[in-house]
Every structure is written in C-alpha cells, then in structure tokens.
Design a protein around this ligand. Structure first.
Ligand code: BGC
Length: 751
C-alpha cells in the first residue's frame, strides 16, 4: 500500500515537474518571442518602381499561392502564438509584436502593428520606455495641426525604432457624448476638427514608412456595449456628421489601412458591413488600402466579411479560417477570386513599406530622445485650456510664496488609459513634481497633501499663498472598457444596465467629479478664495456644484510624460495658455444627446454638441472652441474677397487679430458658416476653418481663410448626392463658437 502511494506521488511529482517545465518554456518563449525582419530581401524579391509595379508584384505573388497561403495572409498570428499576447499583456503588462502575413516560401515579410494614439505601445526587447504625449483630446484642444503632424512623426519614428511598421492610430471617432470612455483618444466633437487632425496625424505617420490606420470605422462612440451595440442613424446624419472626418482622412491623408469598429451599424457588424467597407469606403471614397478588423471580438462571419471587404482579421484566426472559407468557395457563397482580390490589395499596399531601406535610421537612440521629450512638453503646454480665471493666474513666480498642492492625483503618474492607447514612459513628471521643480529656483517650499482628509487639506490651505488642487480621473474611471467575458457585456447590454461586475475603465456613469474630489474642492474653497483647480481627464465634466466657488479652472487633460513641467510653466505664466475646448460643456447633463453605456441599440440623431445646443437655443456652461488666455485679442476688419460665388468657387476671407494685452501668446481663430436661409433643416452654423497664430504684445496679424463651396454642401438622401444650396450664407470669424464674440458678414452662392 505504502509502495503504491509512493509510486503515485512520484508519478504526480514527475507530472508536476513536466507541467512546470512546459509552462516555464511557454512563458520564456512568450516573453522572449522571436522577432522577424520586416524588410523585403531585394535579392529574393525584385523591388517595383511604381504603383503599377506593386500591383503587378502582388498579383504575381498571389498567383503563386495555394488557397491556404492566401488565407494565411488574411489574419494575424497563428493560435499557438497567442500565449505571447496573453502573457505579455496580463503578466508583463507589455504588448508584444503581433506579426501578420509573413510567407517564407515566397519571401514576403510580415507586418507588425503597434497601437499608439499617445506614443508607441509595442516596445522592442530591451526597451522599457518611450516618449509619451498628451492624449488625443488634449491635442485636439491645441487646435494645432502642424504640432499634431510632428507628434505623429515622432510616434512613427519610435515605432520604427521598436521594430514596428503599422500604427493603429489615429482614433477619429466623433465625441457624441462626454461620457464615452475612450473620449480621450479622439480629438473632439466636431467632424471638421476631427478631419483636419486625422489628416495631420496620418501624414506624420506615413512620412516614416509606417502604415497609418485611422480607427474605428465607424460610429464607435460608446464603449461598455461596444461588442454588441447597434448604432442606428439616417443616411444624412451618417454622411454629414459621422463620416466626413473619415472621408477627409482617407482622401487627403492617404493612410495604408483603416480599422473596422466592434459595433454594428444599421444592423450589421462593421467588419461584415458591405455598405461601409465597400460601397462607401472603396466605391465612394476611392480607398485603395486594406481594412483590418478590431481585435478579438471584432469579427463574426468569415463569409460576410469577405463579401463586405474586410482584408485582415486581427489578431488571430477566428472567422478567416481555412475550413470556413474553403466551404464558402465550394458552395458558391464566395469565390477564390474574392480571396485573391483581398490578398492582392493588401500586398500591393503593404509591400511598399517592406521595400523601404531606411531601417538603419531608426535605432534605439531615437527613443525618448531629448527633442521628442521637448515636443511632449510643448504639446502639453499648447493643449491646456484656461476655463476660468478671476485674476489668480498666472501665479506669482517670486520668492517667499507658500505653495500647496492638493488632491489624490497631485503626485500620480497619470497619462491616461492603460488599455490599447497605453504608452509607457518611465520618466513621467507629476503635477506636484513639476510645480516643485519650478519653485526650486525661487527657493519656495512646495507642500504636497494628497491624502483623503478634507479638513486637514482645508487647514493647510488657510495658510498657503498658492493653492493648486489636482482633480479628475484615472484609467479606472474612464477608458477602454476591459471586461474579460464578452458574455457579461452582452448581459448588461440586454438588460440596459450593469449586470455583474463592472470592468476596468469604460464609459463614465456620472459626468461629475468623484465625490472625494468635489468634497475637497468644497472644503478648500470655504477657506481660500484663490484656489486653482486643475482638471485631469479626457472630456467634459459637470462643474455646477463647485465652479462658482473657485477662482480659476485649468483643463490640463492627461498630459503626457512632461505634463507636470508643462503645468507649472502655464500656472506661473512662463507659457501663456492657448488651448480651446474641442467640445461644448453643457449646463445640465440632460442637455446632451441620450446616452446609456449598457444598450443593444442606440439612435444617433443629426444634432449633438454645439449644433444641438445652438439649434435648440440651449445655454451652455462653456461653448465649443472656448478658452481664455493671459492676454487679450481683438478681432477687426473681417473682409470677404468676393461675395458672390459659384458652386465651384472658393470663399476667401481675412481678419485682423491684435494682441492688446501685455503678454505674447497664441490665439486660435475660428471660422464658421451659417445657414439661416436654408430651406431644409440645417445647423445654425458649422466650423469650416481654424488657424492658430502667435502674436507678441501689440502685434497684429491678418489671417486668411479659404473655404471651398463644396464644403457647404448637405447630403440629399433622396438622390444620394451632396448638394450646395443657392442662397445667402453667414460667415462668422472669432475666438470661439459663442455667437456674441464672432464678427459676421455674409456671402452668396449662385449657379
Ligand atoms: C481597440 C483598438 C486597438 C486594438 C489593438 C482594441 O481593443 O479597440 O483600438 O487598436 O485593441 O490593441
């Protein structure tokens, strides 16, 4: 008996040992995964010299492929590589290189995706830190498209240095409601602003032979039900509100790729949606690149996806399986020619990047180098929006000041969501660190209190000369909704409310700050009238409970690795704040369009953001395009060059702006077109131009705008065409969308 027991134990021991060795092996292999060359070997594959050459090469290669090899081009990694993803992501908190489309026999190198709306997400072996920029919404608030292009160049450079050649960015989904968890990744509520930023981002990325991939196509503006929600809207709303920025980004930016979204659009999942992926994207807009799916839960039906025009399923085979597609071919649902078309267009696009022979220019020394970090600081400075200022800011930068920094977030490394838009920097400056470093030169002591005791905070605030409160959110409060079971998400979506445990991040269920932040502001504002509230977050908040009690409010956003330094520079006036809101802030939460994070269906109406508030005459707390400065700007002399134009014409208008205050600064000049005389239902006005200019004290500059008349068009669903109305239009130019502050004139469009 004893002997048998010993034998069994031994057997178990050996089994356990084998399991441990195997698990160790898988772990080791997953962490130290193999890296593949992304360059084509020109000795084995002849380099084409032009677009026709790439098309011919792609066709030739496809001609040599077996059906299985073709299907192998249509998804990311093999299933057996998936532990690399799981272990990297869950245990090491690192996102690995996920390869797609390699074919050794035909010498076709693979391509590799990295996320990266605020910095490269995928890091090379041995690299643990990259330049981390402010989030997209912050940069949207900078209204600086040149800056956006440079930021994306840097992101692309660092991606190349990390051995990646495909960037899953920019995110250009429209901010329909401020509670959207991924608001921070995009650029704002307005299609025009989004389009301009999308183009800038794509251009920056593509300059460095990285394939850009705007996402998520389309209508992904709600996260907690993203795998299930069906977004309904009419054709006009789709074309005029939710797609123009995609169209512009595709047509002017010319990205190699685009990512379909998780959600359904008009009853059909985006990855299966022929109307979106083929009819609109390819046929109407002329997109020539390839479409990839969103990850894990982004595909549903292989046959429908082939028919719709989804080219690559990510990150591994779920529906683009050999058996499924072969059967589809055999029973005539699809043909092998459909598969050939998909593989050819993917190859003809991506091989261009494989032939770029600039690899040696992107070494590890590029990563987080000084000029990149400086750009991260400048971006943070140019993004901050001064919302309110009762003469407290800029703070006195003089010796002898008692400075107090308060709040849970005051000394937290908090650069935003930690899901797919994550970017890791080991060199983050927190708000407190930035303020402390600034005061060091002045020999001022800076006290930090980030504990929960509001009475203690108030006692300290009584005695301080400068009180800065850092409030807002972290990845726990908002971001991509990470839930480990899609079934749980479905249950909540079906019930219309949260069932079971909430995942991480996701949509906000309240637009207010967390109760502890509100309590801190209340307690401190009782004893000190000069407090500065710094808000860290990705979208609009409801400030009603405390806004009147505080002297100054600065929206600092998730402001990247240099956020703390930038914050101090703005608070103390070394840099004049120049950001403006890329969204409107409503007075009441009920004024925003309907939103429920848990839902199977949602209707998107024609109006949202400023178009909604203006149409319904609803007073807002802070309008779209709003932001203060430490100086003043005067607007004068609005001139329209030619007041009668034809449909093919261009409106040319100019305006003079003078800095009348006593500090140099940057002003964002906005141009809107109004539709008062329209015979159809149209917004009061729409943004159709903006420019950010630098003006020293007393300086005047003339800003010139051009608006093509086609940009005034509306989409007539009856005839499925864009139409320009012949009528008188209003032109508004000024510092924000607020009507009272805009200069106005009018012009005519005739035949
Ligand atoms: C996100 C995408 C991202 C992808 C890969 C998805 O969950 O929605 O934006 O590119 O993951 O990380």
């Amino acid at each position: 008996m004893k002997k048998i027991a010993i034998k069994i134990l031994k057997g178990f021991g050996i089994l356990l040992l084998l399991i441990v060795i195997l698990a160790g092996g898988v772990y080791y292999k997953s962490v130290n995964y193999t890296m593949y060359d992304l360059q084509a070997n020109k000795e084995l594959l002849a380099e084409p010299s032009n677009a026709e050459g790439y098309a011919a090469l792609a066709e030739e290669l496809v001609g040599q492929m077996t059906l299985k090899e073709k299907i192998d081009q249509m998804y990311g990694e093999k299933m057996y590589e998936v532990p690399k993803l799981g272990i990297g992501f869950l245990i090491k908190n690192r996102f690995p290189h996920v390869y797609a489309g390699g074919n050794e026999r035909l010498h076709i190198p693979p391509w590799v995706l990295s996320d990266g709306p605020r910095g490269a997400r995928v890091m090379d072996h041995g690299i643990n830190s990259v330049t981390t920029f402010p989030v997209g919404m912050a940069r949207g608030a900078s209204w600086d498209v040149d800056l956006e292009e440079r930021i994306n160049e840097v992101i692309a450079i660092e991606m190349r240095a990390n051995k990646v050649n495909y960037a899953a960015t920019p995110c250009i989904n429209l901010l329909r409601h401020p509670a959207w968890g991924r608001a921070q990744e995009t650029y704002g509520e307005d299609p025009w602003l989004l389009g301009e930023f999308g183009v800038a981002a794509v251009k920056g990325i593509e300059k460095h032979n990285v394939m850009a991939c705007p996402k998520h196509f389309a209508l992904n503006s709600l996260d907690n039900s993203r795998f299930f929600v069906d977004v309904n809207l009419d054709e006009r709303t789709l074309r005029e509100v939710y797609l123009p920025h995609f169209k512009k980004t595709i047509q002017q930016g010319k990205p190699a790729s685009i990512m379909s979204s998780y959600n359904k659009v008009l009853g059909e999942y985006a990855a299966n949606n022929k109307y979106l992926l083929n009819d609109i994207l390819r046929e109407d807009w002329g997109f020539e690149g390839f479409v990839t799916s969103d990850w894990f839960n982004g595909t549903y039906d292989g046959i429908a996806s082939v028919k719709a025009g989804l080219d690559v399923e990510m990150p591994y085979q779920q529906v683009y399986k050999y058996d499924i597609l072969k059967e589809g071919i055999e029973n005539g649902e699809i043909s092998e020619a459909d598969i050939d078309k998909i593989v050819t267009r993917t190859l003809r696009t991506r091989l261009k990047y494989a032939f770029s022979d600039d690899q040696e220019t992107y070494g590890h020394e590029e990563i987080e180098k000084e000029s990149h970090v400086t750009l991260a600081r400048v971006a943070a400075e140019k993004s901050m929006v001064l919302i309110k200022n009762n003469e407290v800011l800029p703070l006195a930068s003089e010796t002898g000041q008692k400075v107090l920094v308060l709040g849970r977030l005051a000394n937290l490394e908090n650069t935003g969501d930690i899901a797919s838009s994550n970017s890791t920097s080991l060199n983050i400056t927190t708000p407190y660190e930035g303020i402390k470093a600034f005061n060091q030169a002045l020999q001022n002591k800076v006290e930090l209190y980030d504990g929960p005791d509001t009475d203690l905070a108030a006692t300290k605030a009584k005695e301080a000369d400068q009180v800065i409160l850092v409030v807002g959110y972290t990845f726990e409060d908002e971001g991509e909704y990470i839930i480990y079971s899609a079934a749980d998400m479905e249950k909540s979506a079906e019930a219309g409310k949260l069932i079971g445990e909430k995942g991480i991040g996701g949509d906000r269920e309240s637009l207010k700050l967390l109760p502890e932040d509100e309590a801190l502001i209340q307690a401190v504002s009782e004893v000190n009238k000069n407090i500065v509230v710094v808000y860290v977050g990705g979208s609009a908040i409801n400030m009603n409970a405390w806004e009147p009690k505080v002297a100054s409010i600065l929206f600092a956003w998730y402001n990247g690795m240099e956020g703390g330094t930038a914050l101090a520079n703005v608070l103390y006036g070394k840099v004049n704040p120049s950001g403006k809101l890329p969204f409107s802030i409503a007075r009441n939460d009920a004024d925003y369009p309907y939103f429920n994070p848990y839902t199977l269906k949602i209707d998107y109406g024609y109006y949202h953001g400023y178009t909604l508030f203006e149409k319904k005459n609803i007073e807002v707390a802070y309008p779209f395009g709003y932001g203060l400065s430490y100086t003043n700007y005067d607007y004068d002399n609005l001139i329209i060059k030619e007041k009668t134009l034809t449909e093919e014409g261009k409106l040319v208008a100019s305006i003079d702006i003078t800095n009348t205050g006593d500090m140099g600064g940057e002003e964002i000049v906005q141009l809107y077109v109004g539709f008062k005389n329209s015979s159809i239902d149209r917004p009061v006005k729409l943004l159709r131009g903006f420019d950010k200019i630098r003006l020293e004290q007393g300086e005047t500059k003339t800003v010139e705008f051009e608006v093509t008349i086609q940009d005034l068009a509306w989409y007539d669903p009856e005839v499925k065409q864009w139409k320009v109305e012949e009528m008188e239009y209003e032109l508004y130019v000024g510092p924000s969308s607020e009507t009272g502050r805009l200069m106005t004139d009018s012009f005519h469009v005739n035949e």
